[in-house]
Design a protein around this ligand. Sequence first.
Ligand code: AP5
Length: 223
Amino acid sequence: MNLILLGPPGAGKGTQAKRLAERHGWAQLSTGDMLRAAVAAGTEIGVKAKSIMESGNLVPDDILIAMIGERIDRPDSRAGFILDGFPRTAMQAEALDGMLAKRGRRLDRVIEIGVDEAALVERISGRFACVKCGAGYHERYQRPKTEGRCDSCGGTEFSRRADDNAETVKTRLAAYRAQTAPILPYYREKGLLVRVDGMAELDDVTRQIARQLNGEKGGTAGR
Ligand code: AP5
């Protein structure tokens, strides 16, 4: 199954995409993670993207389109993929359609994770991740089971993202409203868009997504 998770910063795209990937073996294609890896490695793309990401604005479409085109061709995306953070503009949405059509593939579902903007600053400012394996946590909503130790790999070092501060979050939200929210009708018209309540508790959001996918997969996705 090929999915898009859409929603503003902090809606829970990354958290839910990881759960879907673990459960179904689909590849999680997070453009934010890919860009952060490029920044950390100091590649040409990383150098271009760094200051744009720190300001909360969107990195140019051509960079992202090439990045995703290369990524969906890898073997781990064949069984299915979850796009987390892409597409974010009309141009990216159209380019995605073109690249999938060329490969004889299609999108099965676009899941909008709906949230109240007021909750997002708290979600984002409380977020941290394991340095070793990238597992995500939240100070209030998703603490490691053993304090100071990653549930997934046992790592003891955690970090916060450079763009997770109140000022940058405002710009990221504005970018979502201006450039990403307008692509929702594009997917609604294609009959692909479904909405889940992202304000619900984490496990409940996972269940809502599973129910939406059950409809699509004939009752197997939530098992
Ligand atoms: P990206 O990394 O994609 O960031 P984002 O869209 O701002 O999304 P986040 O990762 O902040 O949030 P999320 O929805 O994944 O939430 P999460 O699950 O972590 O992009 C970063 C930057 O890269 C962009 O600003 C841009 O510059 C660039 N970029 C990336 N893709 C691009 C593209 N296609 N085009 C152009 N530029 C691009 O959850 C947040 C926290 O809340 C977590 O701590 C979690 O534990 C908690 N939480 C989640 N769900 C719940 C819940 N239901 N209840 C309580 N807590 C919850």
